[in-house]
Design a protein around this ligand. Structure first.
Ligand code: HAM
Length: 418
């Protein structure tokens, strides 16, 4: 009974220290851009996720009937919950809404490197701003985060495209609405499935060979310039994407992004710019992904509100940071180990610990009878700054001995001065 559920992780204290460090960087990047944190329950009604676009995510639900016979599901992603929250206060919340969260998400996926059945996913979203300024701001949040953990544009790239561009191309072939979303979901699998399987799936939703060739030509487009040439000067979609790139340049972040026609994203709800970040070596799965989804609320039965955002998992980034030697060595953060010599001084040691704690120090009190040698070893193991010793002769005069563990320097301090 020592094993947890397949694809899930335990976080021992040493893992938790690194996780907290990572989350702190997530918080800082979002807060530095004026975002506010929100949360919602991990359990939702199943209905929130049942979309008919053939997305993997809807087939990977951890869903079940609860004891009241209601169909429920653990959340596989945060976006529908966020949409539900925004919808519930529609017309009341001041716009734009700039919110972030770090929810645990559950997907019954095939476990592999960088993909588990639960993961924590940093979500950063902007609602109520329809211009590409919002999408550019998200790229800035991402770049700030990457820089804060020591990663640069030489380590990774944010690949950007737009569903609108593809919509223009496929629209000319009469593919729109639901068929368009379904086509995107299939195209997203192109690097995972053999070409025949893709062709079969496209044929199943009614795309003929001509359409498939158009898609292939589109995917071969290399760079924004070629895209503009292909779509023509009056293409609104190409113009919008160029504006986004020029805004990102204003932030000085142009080296972080690159146009990549093959980014379509595997979720049906995206409607505009979409992006994914990958390590430059291409060894790892996507680090994060997101994009604009202006019509999600409409599909849930509410009034549409423009929205854009991204989800950023905790697994691939940890692998990348580890491979680059960028994970910090973190100690427990105890400042004082307090030790009373013998059972008679237990009460005195408690008093001393209490005094130090009330001054805001992090104190580990030795709770049992231990030898001095053990205490030293213990303080060293947990990397405490100081050892505070309560000894019989000194304590009789209201004095404790403090040893600085980095220098070995010892001094006597009165209880009042602590
Ligand atoms: P997604 O691409 O499905 O998008 O997931 C976003 C990120 O979550 C991935 O790039 C990856 O970092 C992480 N992730 C997803 N599944 C797993 C897994 N099984 N194991 C580990 N990490 C995983 C969404 O979920 C969208 N809701 C993101 C979004 C927010 N779009 C707009 N706002």
């Amino acid at each position: 009974m020592t094993q947890g559920v397949r694809g899930t992780r335990d976080f021992y204290p040493e893992d938790m220290r690194v996780r907290n460090w990572l989350f702190e960087k997530f918080h800082s990047a979002a807060l530095s851009h004026g975002f506010e944190e929100y949360d919602s329950p991990v359990l939702e009604t199943e209905e929130l996720y049942t979309r008919k676009s053939g997305e993997d995510i809807t087939q990977q639900l951890y869903n079940f009937k609860d004891k009241g016979d209601r169909r429920v599901s653990l959340r596989p992603e945060m976006t529908p919950s966020l949409a539900r929250m925004v919808m519930a206060r529609s017309g009341i919340l001041p716009l734009p809404i700039k919110w972030y969260s770090i929810p645990q998400c559950w997907r019954y996926e095939r476990t592999q490197r960088g993909r588990g059945r639960e993961h924590y996913q940093w979500n950063v979203d902007i609602w109520g701003a329809e211009g590409v300024e919002a999408d550019a701001e998200l790229i800035s949040v991402l770049a700030h985060f990457f820089e804060s953990v020591g990663l640069s544009e030489e380590d990774l790239v944010i690949r950007v495209s737009s569903r609108k561009v593809l919509e223009e191309v496929l629209g000319k072939l009469g593919i729109s609405g639901d068929d368009f979303s379904k086509t995107c979901v299939i195209m997203d699998k192109m690097d995972k499935l053999p070409p025949e399987a893709i062709q079969t799936q496209l044929a199943e939703i009614g795309l003929d060979q001509g359409a498939v060739s158009t898609i292939q030509e589109f995917l071969a487009i290399d760079g924004l310039e070629q895209l503009s040439e292909e779509l023509g000067e009056d293409s609104i979609a190409a113009h919008e994407l160029r504006s986004l790139f020029s805004l990102v340049e204003s932030y000085g972040l142009e080296e972080w992004i690159s146009f990549d026609a093959s980014v379509v994203r595997g979720l049906a709800y995206y409607t505009g710019p979409v992006f994914e970040a990958n390590d430059r070596s291409g060894d790892l799965r996507a680090i994060c992904g997101g994009g604009r989804y202006d019509r999600l609320i409409g599909t849930l039965g509410g009034k549409d509100l423009p929205a854009t955002g991204f989800g950023f998992g905790d697994m691939v980034i940890m692998e990348l940071l580890e491979s680059k030697g960028l994970l910090p060595v973190l100690s427990q953060g105890v400042s004082d180990v307090v030790f009373g010599m013998g059972p008679e001084l237990r009460g005195a040691a408690m008093k001393v610990a209490n005094q130090l704690r009330s001054r805001g120090r992090r104190v580990d009190l030795v709770l049992e009878d231990k030898r001095m040698k053990w205490v030293f070893k213990h303080a060293d193991r947990i990397a405490s700054d100081r050892l505070v010793m309560v000894m019989p002769d000194e304590w009789a005069n209201g004095i404790v001995k403090i040893k600085e563990l980095s220098t070995g320097e010892e001094r006597a301090v009165s209880f009042e001065e602590l």
